[in-house]
Write a protein that binds this ligand. Structure first.
Ligand code: COI
Length: 354
């Protein structure tokens, strides 16, 4: 059992907090005073170091830079009205982190390093949690292979780190989405369900092409028929069709099991919706739109929270939505925020006290 008492903690002499306007921050640009770093070598995790945020010194031969054994997580911390810090469902991210590690042939991370590491780091940098609506402290745990060797094989050495970034909204306005039919994000048997760094790099070209056409993100479709919807940009996606909320199921291993996705499913059920996790074809979405039954489309993710989709384009068929009239997605966002910011009871036991 590894406890915080076993961590080596070196604090900054002077906090950078006063240099930053926490009320006015883009996503992922500023980092807090401290970071966590621990190495894996000879089959074991070494001493956890918490120290001032600083650059890493890496050999050019560092394996992750060449073959991409690299995984990460995204989690958020919030403050309640009393100013106490809470983290949203971090244990679910811990479980997913080790699922990603297994798929990428990386070592399992002990729960105490992840959970106790998070708690200790956030306790130290809790003043960095913004107080403003839609703002939070974004937590980025990550692991990469650190062998200094360019032979293609699983590394023997790894580094696990956690960095923290105070942040505002990721997508601030409703999005225009292009249904992708040429490029693919994930295939059955691939790594789509893992939070592997390469999934995000591999998505950038298609996203840039969609941007050139005036869209914010792509809606990925399956690799074989380009028919079944998968994820939307870096988010899971939900369609409210009639009295049913539908989101692609996780069965094919092509979809990331989002923690926000799971929370939204729980909340939709609680609000009286039928929720179906199933293969959903773009033709079914279009048929629902033609029948006037496609009420809302939105993305969910840690960074994005709930993002409304105001336009969906498939080939020449354009679906436009008057998002100002929507009820469900805004209500879920509001209720989720109330739980996160501690203004409503934590009825599902999602908030982890630091
Ligand atoms: C998240 O939602 O936390 C993500 O990982 C998406 C993106 C910022 C990479």
């Amino acid at each position: 059992m590894i406890l915080a008492a076993d961590f080596n903690i070196t604090k900054v002499e002077r906090s950078k907090l006063n240099d930053i306007d926490l009320e006015n921050i883009p996503f992922g640009k500023y980092f807090t005073d401290h970071m966590l770093e621990v190495d894996y070598e000879n089959g074991e995790w070494k001493t956890v170091e918490i120290k001032p945020y600083q650059p890493l010194l890496l050999a050019p031969s560092t394996a992750a830079l060449h073959y991409g054994q690299a995984i990460f997580e995204g989690i958020k911390a919030y403050k309640n009205p009393e100013g106490e810090p809470f983290i949203f469902r971090p244990h679910d991210n811990f479980i997913r982190f080790n699922i990603s590690a297994e798929r990428m042939q990386m070592p399992q991370l002990p729960e105490e390093i992840f959970m106790e590491g998070l708690r200790t780091l956030i306790e130290l940098d809790k003043n960095w949690i913004p107080n403003k609506a839609d703002h939070s402290l974004y937590i980025r745990p990550f692991m990469f292979s650190s062998d200094e060797l360019i032979g293609v094989k699983p590394s023997e050495k790894y580094k696990f780190m956690i960095i923290l970034s105070p942040t505002g909204p990721y997508y601030s306005t409703p999005m225009r989405i292009y249904v992708e039919e040429q490029y693919v994000r994930a295939v059955p048997g691939g790594v789509g369900y893992a939070k592997a760094a390469g999934n995000y790099g591999a998505a950038m070209f298609a996203t840039a092409e969609a941007r050139k056409k005036g869209y914010d993100q792509v809606l990925w479709t399956d690799a074989f028929e380009h028919k079944y919807v998968q994820e939307c940009g870096t988010m899971n996606v939900f369609f409210i069709i009639g009295d049913t909320a539908i989101t692609p199921d996780l069965g094919a291993g092509t979809i990331l099991a989002g923690v926000t996705r799971d929370s939204v499913i729980v909340m939709l059920k609680e609000m009286g919706f039928k929720v179906e996790e199933k293969a959903l074809s773009i033709n079914d979405v279009i048929d629902a739109h033609k029948a006037g039954l496609l009420y809302e489309v939105f993305g969910t993710g840690t960074a994005a929270t709930i993002s409304l989709i105001k336009e969906l384009r498939y080939k020449d068929y354009v679906m436009e939505f008057d998002v100002d009239r929507w009820k469900t997605a805004p209500e879920i966002k509001e209720r989720l925020n109330q739980i996160r910011y501690g203004t409503a009871p934590d009825q599902f036991g999602w908030m982890f006290k630091v």
